[in-house]
Ligand binder design. Sequence first.
Ligand code: CP
Length: 303
Amino acid sequence: MHNKSLISINDYSKDECLKVLDLAEKFEKDPVQNLLSGRVISTLFFEPSTRTRLSFESAVSRMGGQVIGFTDSTSSSVTKGESLKDTICTVANYSDLIVMRHPVEGSARYASEVSNVPVVNAGDGANQHPTQTLLDLYSIRKTQGRLDDLNVVMVGDLKYGRTIHSLLMALSEFNVNFFFISPEELKMPNEYKLHLKNKGIDFHEQTDFTGILDDADIIYMTRVQKERFSDPIEYEKTKNAYVLRNNMLENTKETMKVLHPLPRVTEVSTDIDVSKKAYYFTQALNGVYTRQAIISLILGLKQ
Ligand code: CP
């Protein structure tokens, strides 16, 4: 993990993922540690973000490091026509680690190939969001006490949801039953279903909630990813496909948790926020501890 970029969740083995989770647990108990004194982390966000960017920046601040970067590439020389390669090579000179979000799938892998410092993918198009997955695994293990023998229900935009794709790949290393709920137009892409089939993992697909929620251990809700649609009419057709309401959770397991990578639009009713089954805001908090762990492992500050 030391000096290695994190672009896809598959870049980490199951044991390495568990190592991140174990270290994140330690950071949760003791979040202020002066490990990054004199170190600079770049955050390059070519797409909007609240949680990923700010939790990375919070993680760096709690470890005594400095952050440079941009939240809007129009304020950078990209607007003058500078290539991604030139941007990354330049920023690599100024920092010890680059955290990058970009709308183009594969851009983070490309950045890691031209950078002489490690790159962490903070989301590349509809492809992957590995640090979100590690905080999702952390949240699942923390609330359920395990990552095996779970019924995980994934709901919403399974086609474009990068958090879904990364999480599926990670959970396929554990003994998990998958239930996919999405409109026909936003079904889980075949490559991910093929991956599960090749591993002999069962999954069940349907277009509504019927008969699924009461046995769930985790209901992982997602927003329909407006920014990935080329046809706005297609977005309008699916944007309100699902709304999870508190009364729908009445017969669910006491230990069941509703997760959501956030931001939400309408898919999780705000009446769930007061339920002890709502976990999405704590999930976002767990992002700080998890990202502290990821940064310190990549920079070789923890083992
Ligand atoms: N979960 C997530 O990626 O949120 P942001 O888009 O706010 O970073």
